[in-house]
Design a protein around this ligand. Structure first.
Ligand code: MG
Length: 259
């Protein structure tokens, strides 16, 4: 069941989203050669708590016998890591790319966003992957408007990405978000247009293309979390939490939003 949010609820989600967006900006400014992922994570947790929020990923998602609860505040996924990288003692190196995913619970509502940052100077190939993935998110968001079907988002992302020679990950998808981090509907980054529920004002969606330079397939490492590309090539990830309104999509995790 897709839960519609009232104007009052959207206002709270906007505040949660802004906190996520500002933290992502702060983290992006700290990404540099030599920086330890664990230090980015500590900064993130302190930032969230100082602003009255709770890290949404920490302690999340245990599957007994398969994976432990996620141990950190951010997911930090370097190079061939797709999503759910666990920030540890690894230091970023010049030429790496790092995807940072942030989730926050604030006043009962969740915000969720991700961005992939270049570390120092990166290859043209890496930079193009980042630009295509960021633009694919924009294509998806442009379809998050009343009157579109859910899969119009999926199709827009997939066709944009594949036309540029890259592939979209199938195993992980975007999601509804609100009082829970993951609500209905699931939002794949692939599929035909015109399917699934009609989008209505009050729906809140986390749209998150994961784009691989090579094959779409991913493998989860022995830690139970870190997903890597099956062919070892680069992967990028951008995500925004958006609200469907009568006038189109409102990006709730936009750092340019005032307030
Ligand atoms: Mg998400």
């Amino acid at each position: 069941m897709i839960i519609l949010k009232s104007a009052r609820e959207l206002e709270v989600m906007r505040r949660a989203g802004r906190l996520v967006a500002r933290l992502l900006e702060e983290l992006g400014a700290r990404v540099a050669p030599g920086v330890r992922l664990r230090d980015l994570d500590s900064f993130a947790e302190e930032f969230i708590r100082r602003h009255g929020g709770v890290p949404a990923f920490k302690g999340y998602g245990e599957i007994p016998g398969q994976r432990p609860p996620f141990p950190a505040t951010i997911c930090a996924s370097v190079n061939e890591q797709v999503v759910h990288g666990v920030p540890g003692g690894r230091r970023l190196r010049e030429g790496d790319i790092v995807s940072v995913d942030v989730g926050v619970l604030l006043d009962g509502y969740y915000g969720d966003a991700a961005a992939t940052f270049p570390v120092g100077k990166v290859s043209e190939e890496a930079m193009r992957l980042l630009e295509v993935t960021r633009a694919a998110l924009g294509e998806g968001i442009a379809r998050a408007r009343a009157g579109c079907h859910l899969s119009d988002i999926s199709h827009a992302v997939q066709s944009f990405v594949e036309a540029r020679g890259y592939s979209v990950v199938r195993e992980f998808v975007g999601h509804g978000i609100g009082r829970s981090m993951h609500e209905d509907p699931q939002i794949p980054n692939f599929g035909p247009p015109g399917m699934g529920p009609l989008l209505r004002p009050g729906m809140t969606l986390a749209i998150e293309p994961m784009v691989n330079a090579g094959v779409p397939d991913v493998v989860v490492l022995a830690d139970g979390w870190t997903a890597v590309t099956a062919d070892g090539r680069l992967s990028a990830h951008f995500e925004h939490t958006v609200a469907v309104t009568a006038d189109g999509a409102l990006i709730l995790t936009d750092p340019r939003e005032e307030g």
